[in-house]
Design a protein around this ligand. Structure first.
Ligand SMILES: [Zn+2]
Ligand SMILES: [Zn+2]
Length: 344
């Protein structure tokens, strides 16, 4: 089968690899759609992020959905022909965090297409994937695989929304309108937010934020003072979901946050310098949000029932053999929100 393999920064190849054996508890899937994620782009552009670097060739990809080809003897929940969204996280199930139900914090996590451990965990941009049944979420046969492949990034945003606490009736600010910011707008709307304002520094992603339900989308580069009025009476927003990973986005939003508001930092960034006195005096809570666990099944269900519509995010689909072109396109925010690879 063919797979998309990163060898070094800007050295991405479509190569032939062997299909692994299907164990008794495994499911063999023909991949239909795979979304290119920000982390895939980091490996492609820079060879990794922070201390995480590619040390050996690695198949990229973790936002995938496909059709079951065959199953091992012990598999009971899925059968050949089923459509599935594949959860890319495989927690150990035994460590203290797994036992506490916080499997995204697992001490021995295997996450598809991640160079965090050595040997790296190979990813899922491949024609055929063999993985344990526990990672499969069965879907209604009518669900397009391209939409099902959004389950992973949506799960990240549902987890971020959960970290914020109840959003019913809350005023929510989302900074950064890449796929995670836009899907956070969708998650906040679904969770009952009364008002959602989104910001970015580019117009194209803001148009998509508006299309999926943001009440207002502000280009903070061309309108740098637009958040000013939200600073009246010690601020307007109960929750900030910071999805840009940019220090200026977080710092620039603090005045617009009410006292005792909650910041959910979901965007990864370098080091931030934040005015700690504002955090103290306004009693702002800053919380991280990393990956997801139980939210994956909910994400797949919301997409399958079209209780959320992810279609406005999908800006292009390219066949597997044009993977390099797809990664270049996905790197251009003026032209692309989510780019997917088609495998069949
Ligand atoms: Zn992702
Ligand atoms: Zn664990």
């Amino acid at each position: 089968m063919r797979a998309v393999i990163i060898h070094a920064p800007r050295d991405l190849r479509v190569e032939t690899v062997t299909v692994p054996e299907t164990g008794a508890g495994d499911v063999r899937i023909r991949i239909g759609a795979g979304g290119i994620c920000g982390s895939d782009l980091h490996y492609y552009q820079h060879g990794g992020f922070g201390a995480v670097r590619i040390k050996e060739p690695m198949i990229l990809g973790h936002e995938i959905a496909g059709t079951v080809e065959s199953v091992g003897a012990a598999v009971t929940r899925v059968a050949p022909g089923d459509r599935v969204a594949v959860n890319p996280s495989r927690p150990c199930g035994y460590c203290r965090y797994c036992l506490e139900g916080k499997a995204n914090q697992c001490l021995d996590m295997r996450f598809f297409g991640s160079a965090m451990r050595l040997p790296h965990v190979q990813g899922a941009f491949r024609e055929v994937l063999v993985a344990p049944e526990s990672q499969m979420v069965r879907l209604d046969p009518s669900v397009p695989l391209a939409e099902a492949a959004f389950a992973e990034p949506l799960a990240v945003c549902l987890h971020a929304a959960n970290r914020a606490g109840p959003l019913l009736g809350r005023r929510v600010l989302v900074t950064g309108c890449g796929p995670i910011g836009v899907l956070s707008v969708i998650a906040a709307r679904r969770a009952g937010a009364a008002e959602i304002v989104a910001t970015d520094v580019a117009d194209a992603p803001l148009a998509i934020a508006r299309a999926v339900g943001a009440d207002r989308a502000i280009n903070i580069a061309s309108e740098p003072d637009a958040l000013g009025p939200y600073g009246a009476d010690k601020g307007t927003f109960d929750v900030l979901i910071e999805a840009s990973g940019n220090e200026r986005a977080l710092v620039g939003a603090l005045d617009a946050l009410r006292s005792q508001s909650i910041v959910v930092q979901v965007g990864l960034g370098g080091e931030f310098k934040i005015p700690i006195n504002t955090i103290v005096v306004k009693e702002i809570e800053v919380r991280g949000a990393f990956r997801f666990y139980k939210e994956f099944e909910l994400a797949a269900e919301l997409i399958a029932k079209r209780l959320v519509d992810v279609r406005p995010l999908l800006t292009a689909t390219l066949p597997l053999e044009r993977a390099v072109e797809a990664f270049e396109l996905a790197s251009d925010r003026s032209r692309a929100m989510k780019v997917q690879l088609a495998f069949t």
